[in-house]
Structures are given as C-alpha cells and as structure tokens.
Design a binder for this molecule. Structure first.
Ligand code: SF4
Ligand code: SF4
Length: 296
C-alpha cells in the first residue's frame, strides 16, 4: 500500500454525546479552541511538505462553532491538503450540506459513527441517504463509511445493523471496544458472534481489532501524527497516551512553532495500535496476511 501522509487533528474536545462506552473520559471531553489557535494550526498544516490528509476528529468536530467559520475555510484556502472527518453524524442536514459545499473536491473520507444510545438506526439511515446525495453533488470523489462499536452485551444487535446498512450500499466498519490500553474482554459467546459478524477477518480495512504491530516499521512521527486542540503533537494515539514514558512520542507544539517531524520512521515500540488509520494509509508496514502479528 502506498503511503498517504496523514494528520489526525483532534479539533476540539467537546462532544454533544455522552456514550457510556466512550474511550475518552468526560474530564477530557471538553474544550473549544479560539480562532487564533485554529489560525496557528492551519499555518502549521500549510508548512507540511507535500499533500497530506487532515482527518478531523474530536470530541465531535461538528459540535464546534469554529468548524465552519475558521477550520474549513482555513484548510481550503490556505493549505493544499485533503480533508476527512470522523463524526458522530449528529449534525443537521443543513450543516452537512454546508460542509459538503465548503470542502468540495478536497473531501476524502467521512467516517460516521453510529451511536445507538443517541440515535435510532432509521434516523441514521435517512440522514446517510441524504448525505450520499449531497456528496454526489459536491464531493463525488469522496467516500463514506459507517463505524459501529461492538458494545459488550449488544453484539448480537449488530447483525441487523450490518444487514440494513449493507443492503442500502453502505460500508460498515465494526470496531472492537477499547478500554484503557487494550481491547474489552468479551465473553466467549460474544467472541464467537464477533467472528461471525466479521467473517473472521483481521483485515484492517474491514474491522478494527486494535492489534499489536510492535516491532514493525512505522512512519508515525515522520509521515503521520496526531495533534490535539492546543497544538500538542504526538507520533500517534498510543504515543500520546504513553508520552510520559516515551520521550520520542512528543513532536512539539504545532500552534506554537516548536513542532518538528521525525526524519524517518522506526520500529513500533507500542503493544497496541488502537486506530486503523496508520495501517490503512500505509504508515505501518504490514507483513503479508499469513504472517500477520497476533491480535487482541
Ligand atoms: S460520540 Fe464519540 S466522542 Fe462523543 S461521547 Fe460518543 S464515543 Fe465519545
Ligand atoms: S504501529 Fe501504530 S502504535 Fe505503533 S508507532 Fe505506528 S501508529 Fe503508533
């Protein structure tokens, strides 16, 4: 897989949902950056070499008033980069329409997470169909995927979710639930259901099992990084969590001009890669499927 340089930008901490299974604690799910911080971060993105994919997440990026006012105009007008987003898809259709208009040909991937604690499948589907029409008009080169967390005790219900969405032509991406530093210990029965649901696939383009890539060469820090709402930048998500133990994980502050990319990648030092972006952008060099490392 060819390498797609990628930034995961946690634009704001605030989220308008409060899912019981959220990996981010309530304490950290706060914060709405000022216009000046956004401007400095966009300047930082503009200085990156070449064309990157800026994947915006949160919190919930659409719950931030600055998304449409400062973030998108800044990225579109002052950088050459592609734009993707991870969203809980709670934004009204009128806002999604504006998003499609503003991003145009720059929009690459919309990852919409289905949260059945806050939304019915029917309402989600109606909006996804309307959003598909908007993208066909404004962003025909973009793609759409539905993330669905396999909530413990509710895995059985995911069969109906998958069937409904796939029958309508949507791509469904199941995610094993993460808890601090690992994957939730599902019961043996639910492990069997997960295997059935995923067809036993360990392909990171089809399911997020939060595997370990420890020891494999990874370009995180050189061609991939995560940056938070204050501009603090880290090699990757696990690097951010373990930054107190690994001094190589911190890349400086992108908003304050202390940020620097590493000259090259290195073997992955961490026991878990919780997000599939590095694997699916060619950032981590995966072995052939038959030699895939152990997964949790
Ligand atoms: S929508 Fe996402 S970020 Fe918000 S509470 Fe739910 S899981 Fe957490
Ligand atoms: S493989 Fe994943 S966890 Fe390891 S350094 Fe790369 S991005 Fe981080």
């Amino acid at each position: 897989m060819s390498l797609q340089p990628t930034v995961e930008w946690q634009v704001n901490g605030h989220c308008n949902y409060d899912c019981t299974y959220c990996i981010q604690s309530r304490q950290y799910r706060t914060g709405l950056p000022e216009e000046e911080t956004i401007a400095s971060l966009v300047d930082g993105f503009a200085r990156l070499p070449g064309t990157w994919e800026i994947k915006m997440s949160g919190g919930e990026p659409f719950a931030y008033h600055g998304l449409m006012k400062w973030v998108l105009p800044g990225l579109v007008e002052r950088t050459p980069h592609h734009i993707s987003t991870l969203t809980n898809f709670s934004a009204p259709l009128s806002v999604l329409r504006r998003f499609c208009e503003l991003t145009g040909a720059r929009l690459r991937i919309t990852s919409a997470s289905l949260h059945l604690e806050h939304e019915t499948l029917g309402a989600f589907v109606d909006k996804a169909i309307a959003y598909r029409a908007l993208r066909a008009e404004h962003n025909p080169g973009s793609s759409f995927v539905v993330n669905s967390v396999l909530v413990p005790g509710k895995v059985q219900g995911q069969f109906a979710v998958k069937e409904t969405l796939e029958a309508l032509g949507f791509r469904v991406f199941p995610q094993l639930m993460k808890i601090k530093g690992g994957v939730f210990p599902y019961t043996a029965r639910e492990v069997r259901l997960i295997e059935q649901l995923t067809g036993g696939s360990h392909d990171p383009t089809k399911v997020n099992r939060a595997p370990s890539y420890q020891g494999l060469h990874c370009e995180a820090g050189a061609w991939y990084f995560v940056v938070d709402q204050r501009g603090e930048a880290f090699r990757c998500r696990t690097g951010k969590r373990l930054a107190n133990e690994d001094e190589d994980a911190y890349l400086g502050n992108l908003a304050q001009g202390t940020f620097a990319l590493r000259a090259e990648g290195a073997p992955c030092p961490y026991p878990i890669c919780p997000c599939t972006v590095p694997a699916n952008r060619g950032v981590v060099r995966l072995p052939p499927a038959s030699e895939a490392p152990d997964e949790l």
